[in-house]
Structures are given as structure tokens and as C-alpha cells.
Write a protein that binds this ligand. Structure first.
Ligand SMILES: [Cu+2]
Length: 226
């Protein structure tokens, strides 16, 4: 009985005493709720070899992005930094959720290199993007800070005769190369692809369907088939 009496008499004062604690819990819960979001916003991935457009610009110019020499030496990165530097700072975040596999229906021609993201439209612009020299059999390398794993990758190469410097990439300009199998979560995932009949500047177009949720990434990597 003494405990119960003490309970009842203590309730109002205890409740008042707990109010700051409850507020703190709400604050902590809110912060905790924000953590995964903040984490995923800053940590995803891209194709680092052959480098996707935003990654190549970030890697080459990220630590000297105001260097005026970029305008002459790498005009496509220059225009991308002018348009929106966040495209480069967030080279890992070119994602859309909930596409339900409707990649073509929900990605208009001319917006493939930006994954249909307005903020990354600089990546669709025409010109002399820096190219990675590759051979017909090549290794494609994903770096994913978040280790999402992959349901699959779909890989395409722009058709022979298509000129990435003067033509906006549409679905009709692509040859489908392969769709990979599933990959377990890892920061580094790489796979080999085989092509034939390509020479000169092509776009390697890769779709990454991540495994943790319906999350789709699309990138253009400029390659030179030697
Ligand atoms: Cu992610």
C-alpha cells in the first residue's frame, strides 16, 4: 500500500517532471528518423569505371571546380558546374524511386543521361565529354557507399554511327548488351561485358536496379572503343 499511495500522490509531479524527458524523446526520435534519410541522401553510388559523366567531372575538377582552365580543357564539365554543381557533389545520388521497372516509359528521350532528373539536365548536353578508352570486352565497376546490392544491371551501348557529341541520346539509339544477375550488398561490384563492332566514341548506358527498395539509377559513361 505505501508504494501505491506514493504512486498516486507522486503522479502529477512525476508527470510534470517527465515532460522535458518526453520532449527530449520526441527530439531524439525525430533525429533518429532523419538519420537514415541523411545517410542515404549522401551515400549511394555510380559507375566509376568507365566513369559516369558526373563522376568524371567530380573526380577531375571537384577540388578545383572554379579553375577557369576547365572551360577550355573540359567544356562539358564546365557547363555542368555552371548549371548546378550539386550534380557533381552528389555524383552518387542520380536516383529515382518507384519506377516499377518502367524505365523507358518514364524516361523521355533526351533525358537518359540525367535519369530524368531536372537538376542533372547538364548531363544530357551535347559536346565533347571526356572519354574512357575501352576494348570490346570490358569491366564495368560500380562503387556504392551504401552497399545496396543489385537486383540487376542493364547495360546498353549507343549504336555505331550515333554521335554523342551532336545527338541527344534516346532509347532508339541504344543497343541492348546484357542484363546481369543479382549482386549481394557490397561497396564494390564489377562485372564483365562483351561487345563487338564498335569503334570510336560511344555512350555506355547503365541502369542499376538497387536491391534495398525499388530504386533506379541511370548513367551515361563516355567511352572510346579502341
Ligand atoms: Cu542509396
Amino acid at each position: 500500500m505505501p508504494p501505491r499511495a506514493s504512486d498516486q500522490s507522486g503522479r502529477p509531479s512525476r508527470s510534470a517532471a517527465h515532460r522535458p524527458v518526453q520532449v527530449l524523446i520526441v527530439v531524439l526520435a525525430t533525429l533518429a528518423g532523419m538519420l537514415p534519410w541523411t545517410g542515404t541522401a549522401q551515400a549511394h553510388g555510380t559507375i566509376i569505371n568507365p566513369a559516369s559523366r558526373a563522376y568524371q567531372c567530380w573526380k577531375t575538377w571537384g577540388n578545383q571546380h572554379t579553375n577557369p582552365a576547365m572551360q577550355q580543357q573540359d567544356p562539358m564539365c564546365w557547363q555542368a558546374f555552371q548549371a548546378n554543381p550539386d550534380t557533381m557533389w552528389n555524383w552518387m545520388s542520380a536516383l529515382r524511386d518507384g519506377l516499377a521497372g518502367q524505365f523507358q516509359a518514364r524516361t523521355p528521350d533526351g533525358q537518359l543521361c540525367s535519369n530524368g532528373l531536372t537538376r542533372n539536365d547538364s548531363l544530357n548536353q551535347l559536346g565533347a565529354w571526356k572519354q574512357t578508352t575501352v576494348s570490346r570486352n570490358l569491366t564495368v565497376q560500380l562503387y556504392d557507399q551504401a552497399s545496396h546490392g543489385a537486383d540487376y544491371f542493364r547495360v546498353y551501348v549507343s549504336k555505331q554511327g550515333f554521335n554523342p557529341a551532336t545527338q541527344r541520346l534516346g532509347w532508339g539509339n541504344l543497343d541492348f548488351i546484357t542484363q546481369t544477375g543479382k549482386y549481394a550488398p557490397a561497396q564494390n561490384i564489377s562485372f564483365n561485358i562483351s561487345t563487338s563492332g564498335y569503334t570510336g566514341h560511344h555512350i555506355l548506358f547503365v541502369i542499376w536496379q538497387a536491391s534495398h527498395q525499388d530504386q533506379t539509377y541511370m548513367w551515361c559513361s563516355d567511352v572510346n572503343f579502341a
